[in-house]
Design a protein around this ligand. Structure first.
Ligand SMILES: [Zn+2]
Length: 157
């Protein structure tokens, strides 16, 4: 089966992201630069995350490196600089890199996307990156990125 590759997924989700931000601006809803940067990271991450279950080691490796960068960025942003926390980073890498999964399984479902994006939105609110009244918007932006992956894969479950 032909599957869009990760560059295609990231590009598509970033175009969608820019359109969403522009659309929100017409309603006088603006995010700060650092908020946009965080959203950009998560949107890119979520657009390729479903293929974590792919057999190709390249995307697995890319995702593993990306997950580590994301985790380290979050740790630095919230001021978790003690060395112990970086053991967790190693676990994140090994988990993403080697966790055995069936391709196009659970990560390609709307249920997974909705659950993951809810958790991520709440984490971002909890750590003070967004206000509570922005959490729904953040969820929708993140979820649309995951959804864009499913649309490109023409895979709904
Ligand atoms: Zn996929």
């Amino acid at each position: 089966m032909i599957m869009p590759n990760w560059k295609y997924h990231i590009t598509f989700s970033l175009v969608l992201f820019v359109l969403e931000i522009k659309a929100l601006e017409t309603f006088d809803i603006f995010f700060s630069l650092s908020q946009l940067f965080i959203l950009l990271l998560f949107v890119s991450f979520l657009s390729v995350l479903p293929d974590v279950d792919t057999s190709s080691s390249r995307i697995r490796n890319l995702l593993a490196v990306f997950s580590v960068s994301l985790t380290v960025s979050i740790f630095l942003l919230i001021g978790m600089e003690r060395l112990e926390y970086y053991g967790f980073v190693g676990i994140v890498y090994l988990f993403v890199r080697f966790f055995p999964t069936r391709h196009r399984g659970i990560t390609h479902t709307l249920y997974f996307g909705a659950l993951l994006c809810s958790i991520l939105s709440l984490i971002l609110w909890w750590f003070g990156f967004f206000k509570l009244n922005e959490t729904l918007l953040v969820f929708l932006i993140l979820f649309s990125s995951h959804l864009s992956h499913l649309v490109l894969d023409k895979q709904f479950k």
